[in-house]
Write a protein that binds this ligand. Structure first.
Ligand SMILES: CC(C)(COP(=O)(O)OP(=O)(O)OC[C@H]1O[C@@H](n2cnc3c(N)ncnc32)[C@H](O)[C@@H]1OP(=O)(O)O)[C@@H](O)C(=O)NCCC(=O)NCCS
Length: 184
């Protein structure tokens, strides 16, 4: 198992992990018509369009997790994206591990690595958003010290929306003002 910063060559693997994990994790949560439209290829096209300078992300960065030399998970992190939040706060934007290797510790290694990067970037405390009905991920974060902070919003797509709840991990990271985290 290896956790390392993403490189430009990882984008296709990250998009594949994203699409496959979504289909499994969000079955029964996200409308099946939406999940049916997800594919590694479509995901890659969307990521390329959104992040033309990958692995450089606006105000953040990404770590990938490898098992047996293959990228099978990733964590995206950076400055908090919510309006009205102090700019020194950090956020775990995404954490995904392929279903075939879940439960083996990679997610936790990615989360620890992501929190360490946020700490090194001077961003904290750390928040993250989870779909309210994603009970397994919520329990996972709660076992790692995250607690609900009362934040709520809706994740909206064509004609449907799902509530999300915000979790916060206190006592991690050093608020240190406005540091540029695009290229640490
Ligand atoms: C949440 C997620 C990133 C965790 O990654 P992971 O590699 O499975 O995490 P770990 O192996 O470190 O820990 C998994 C936990 O489930 C337990 N577990 C046991 N068997 C398991 C299995 N077959 N599958 C999943 N988890 C299992 C582990 O023992 C561990 O328990 P703990 O929380 O008490 O330590 C991963 O499950 C995932 O991608 N889920 C779907 C996407 C998702 O919901 N992401 C979060 C969106 S905000």
């Amino acid at each position: 198992m290896l956790i390392r910063p993403a490189t430009a060559g990882d984008l296709a693997d990250v998009a594949r992990v994203h699409a496959i994990t979504w289909k499994t994790a969000y079955a029964g949560i996200v409308p099946s018509s939406y999940l049916a439209g997800l594919s590694p290829e479509a995901s890659l096209a969307r990521w390329r369009e959104r992040y033309p300078d990958y692995p450089v992300l606006p105000d953040g960065e990404e770590l990938v997790g490898q098992v047996d030399g293959r990228v099978v998970g990733f964590v995206s992190l950076g400055r908090v994206r919510d309006d009205g939040m102090p700019p020194h706060m950090g956020e775990v934007w995404a954490l995904y591990v392929l279903p075939a290797v879940q439960g083996a510790g990679l997610g936790s290694a990615l989360l620890v690595g992501g929190l360490a990067r946020l700490h090194a970037l001077g961003l904290g405390p750390v928040v993250l958003w989870v779909l309210e009905s994603n009970t397994s991920a919520r329990a996972y974060y709660e076992r790692r010290g995250f607690s609900l902070d009362g934040g709520r919003k809706h994740w909206a797509r064509d004609g449907w929306s799902l509530p999300q709840v915000r979790y916060r991990l206190d006592g991690y990271g050093h608020p240190s003002g406005d540091r540029n985290v695009s290229r640490p």
